[in-house]
Write a protein that binds this ligand. Structure first.
Ligand SMILES: Cc1cc2nc3c(=O)[nH]c(=O)nc-3n(C[C@H](O)[C@H](O)[C@H](O)COP(=O)(O)OP(=O)(O)OC[C@H]3O[C@@H](n4cnc5c(N)ncnc54)[C@H](O)[C@@H]3O)c2cc1C
Ligand code: SF4
Length: 516
């Protein structure tokens, strides 16, 4: 279920080994030829990836709460249609937070176990980067694509960071710095949430079409899995699939893979309860839906003494992981700094806010545009049982399924990280000569993590290190829901690496002797 990052990658990995795959995708198939039109809509603030109907209906509680609107996409390609494309590996210490810092938990695998799969994921997605990150784990192969050159404002930041003892490095991204693997090089057109050229990797282009081309994979779009039925032996027997204007169908398979994202995977397991698993399928630990995390975030901006030439690309090219690895992670969350290439308003936004007309308006926009530098902070959040995805018993979606209720709060560990990050970002901006330094309100990233965590012990985890459900022998749960801790890094390259690894395990089971 699901044709996003995890499901698309899984489909190709299995299909290329000759395994028959049926991908059931709740959203539509978006024709690549529409991307130009989609980009125009996006520029007019009309999100072309918005989910059809009320499939994304949900309720939320907590402080600040977590809303899903604009934080995921449905369709063949999933949220990679919409994502920014930043593709970072975790640091080895991210996987052993308990051992190194006494908080959170350790993952059941080490960086060395993941490294070969990171390399394969980077090749498949086409990651552009440079080996200049002093806090990167060891690599067995260079980045498949050269890094994007730094922007004008990155140069201003680099001098400011050097004077404050902070090291900048390139931000690795799944975006073609030159033509790669049948997709165009980046044209710097700047609408990256809708990439009209295909230079930003999205799995509809990099994986799903290739899986279908093998002749072993088929995609059923506009089709939602609404329930899984288990048999007495504890295996999944069938998936109940709802499609518009058709009766629901029961589909059977030898192995079932849930790749609907951390919220939908948990929702489906909870909704698949039955007499012998009353708290949901695969939920003997009681952890399905719990320990939901994301990346709390703030932007810190300052008025620059010079023109900074923003908005020439739609993405950031420099970052620092210094505080994501070093520092007292027992006391505060790790945080990463993204140096923005597009801080401050666009000319359109500045004009709309001004209330001016004619020559005055022109002068105002000329004076204000390009005069702010900005730094975005993402911080690590500790898993907390109080943060959870549950079923809302009072609200149902158009298919009659209870909607997810997201309970989400940010605690002192994260707030201390954001306080320190504000201070660090403020120092960098001051060193760049900025005044009028301001911090945005608390934001939260479009990353949903940790609702079916992996582990060796079935009492304290939902899946094993290969992402197989402890309680259900033919069920795999892929995606960031399986992460044990969130790190400060965006999740998708790790989702990809884990999906490739899980596909190997499934292939070994289904086709012993098939090529790796
Ligand atoms: C605006 C934005 C920017 C982002 N930027 C970054 C970034 O720079 N770097 C990064 O690492 N990550 C980023 N992300 C997050 C990234 O997109 C996700 O981590 C990643 O796509 C998750 O992969 P997934 O396969 O688990 O889920 P998704 O890619 O969301 O795919 C899940 C798919 O499953 C389908 N589905 C769900 N439930 C069902 C069901 N019941 N039946 C059938 N199908 C179902 C959905 O329709 C969807 O297509 C961003 C996300 C957004 C929205
Ligand atoms: S800037 Fe590059 S990645 Fe972004 S939309 Fe344009 S071509 Fe795509």
């Amino acid at each position: 279920m699901g044709a996003g990052a995890a499901g698309g990658i899984m489909a190709l990995e299995l299909a290329r080994r000759g395994i028959q795959v049926l991908v059931i995708e709740a959203g539509p198939r978006h024709d690549f030829a529409q991307r130009g039109e989609y980009a125009r809509r996006y520029l007019k603030h009309d999100n072309p990836w918005k989910s059809p109907g009320d499939l994304d209906r949900h309720t939320t509680s907590g402080t600040p709460g977590y809303r899903l609107d604009g934080r995921r996409a449905r369709g063949v390609g999933g949220s990679t249609l919409f994502w920014e494309g930043y593709a970072l590996r975790l640091h080895p210490d991210d996987l052993r937070l308990r051992t190194r810092h006494g908080v959170g938990d350790d993952w059941p695998l080490a960086y060395a176990d993941l490294e070969p799969y990171y390399t394969r994921a980077e090749r498949a997605l086409g990651v552009a980067g440079a080996p200049d990150d002093p806090w990167a784990g060891p690599r067995s192969a260079p980045f498949p694509l050269p890094a994007f050159p730094w922007s004008y404002s990155d140069g201003l930041f680099a001098r400011a960071c050097a004077s404050t003892g902070i090291a900048l490095h390139h931000l690795p991204q799944a975006r073609n710095s030159q033509a790669y693997d049948g997709r165009a090089g980046c044209q710097a057109c700047g609408t990256c949430h809708v990439c009209p050229t295909g230079a930003k990797a999205s799995v509809d282009l990099t994986h799903v079409a290739r899986a279908e081309a093998t002749g072993h994979a088929r995609v059923l779009a506009d089709s939602s899995v609404v329930r899984l039925d288990a048999d007495r032996s504890g295996g999944v027997r069938a998936a109940l699939v709802a499609r518009a204007r058709r009766p629901a169908e029961r589909l059977t398979a030898r192995v079932f893979v849930l790749a609907g994202g951390a919220v939908e995977n948990a929702r489906l397991l909870l909704h698949s309860s039955a007499a012998d698993h009353p708290h949901g399928l695969g939920n003997r630990s009681g952890l399905v839906g719990r320990l939901f995390t994301s990346h709390p975030s703030v932007d810190v901006t300052g008025r620059a003494p010079v023109q900074v030439h923003p908005y020439r690309t739609g993405f950031s090219s420099a970052m620092s992981r210094q505080f994501a690895v070093a520092g007292d992670r027992a006391a505060r969350g790790a945080f990463m700094l993204e140096l923005l290439n597009s801080a401050g308003g666009t000319p359109e936004a500045i004009a709309a806010r001004s209330g001016l007309w004619g020559a005055e308006l022109k002068k105002h926009v000329q004076e204000q545009f390009g005069r702010r530098l900005g730094i975005r902070v993402f911080c690590e959040q500790l898993p907390d049982r109080g943060n959870a995805v549950a079923l809302d018993p009072h609200v149902r979606d158009q298919l009659g399924t209870p909607v997810p209720h997201l309970r989400y709060s940010v605690g002192p560990y994260e707030r201390r990280a954001l306080d320190e990050a504000r201070d660090v970002a403020g120092r960098i901006l001051a060193a760049a000569g900025c005044d009028d330094i301001r911090t945005s309100g608390l934001g939260v990233a479009a990353h949903q993590i940790g609702t079916h965590r992996m582990g060796a012990d079935p009492a304290t985890s939902v899946v094993d290190a290969d992402l197989r459900a402890h309680d259900v022998a033919n069920l795999y749960l892929v995606g960031a829901g399986a992460f044990v801790t969130a790190s400060a890094s965006p999740p998708t390259l790790t989702i990809a690496a884990l999906a490739i690894r899980a596909a190997e395990r499934i292939a070994r089971e289904l086709r012993p002797g098939a090529p790796a």
